[in-house]
Design a protein around this ligand. Structure first.
Ligand SMILES: [Zn+2]
Length: 152
């Protein structure tokens, strides 16, 4: 793999796609199932999908580790959705429910929810507990992943 390519895991079918760096992921389609490799909305992943992302994916993404009973998680959710729409060309947004994916949450050493994890180049670039909203969330994404927001 060259530095100008990234490996993008398709959460719809499990295929790994080779995509040029800088190409819009919402415009890129999976070579196997033809679904877009990114959507302007967060996508729920389970433990198996997240394990595959960790093992195979070198693109930029943010994981919201949350739980249904968590008030700050629910408070952050619409802000996470808004950020997903703004950054969807460059960053994918995933949500992992700790209640239904306790094994993955354990491996991630989650001590509280929500926790935000940003990954790029196959490694963690930021891992932070606590809800983030509005400009603070956008700034965290921009700083962690070196991307810029698209205007609404
Ligand atoms: Zn696919």
């Amino acid at each position: 793999m060259s530095a100008n390519e990234q490996m993008i895991y398709c959460v719809a079918c499990g295929a790994t796609n080779r995509v040029s760096a800088g190409k819009s992921l919402t415009a890129a389609k999976c070579g196997r199932c033809s679904k877009p490799l990114a959507t302007p909305a967060p996508v729920d992943v389970n433990s198996e999908q997240f394990a595959a992302l960790q093992a195979k994916d070198t693109g930029a993404y943010v994981l919201d580790v949350w739980a249904p009973w968590c008030g700050p998680c629910r408070m952050m959710a619409p802000h996470f959705e808004a950020a997903a729409a703004r950054f969807s060309a460059d960053v994918r947004f995933f949500k992992l429910n700790t209640d239904t994916n306790q094994a993955a949450a354990g491996l991630l050493q989650i001590r509280g929810v929500p926790t935000l994890i940003a990954r790029k180049g196959g490694r963690v670039v930021a891992h932070e507990a606590g809800a983030k909203t509005g400009a603070a969330l956008d700034n965290w994404i921009q700083t962690s992943l070196k991307v810029t927001s698209k205007a609404n």
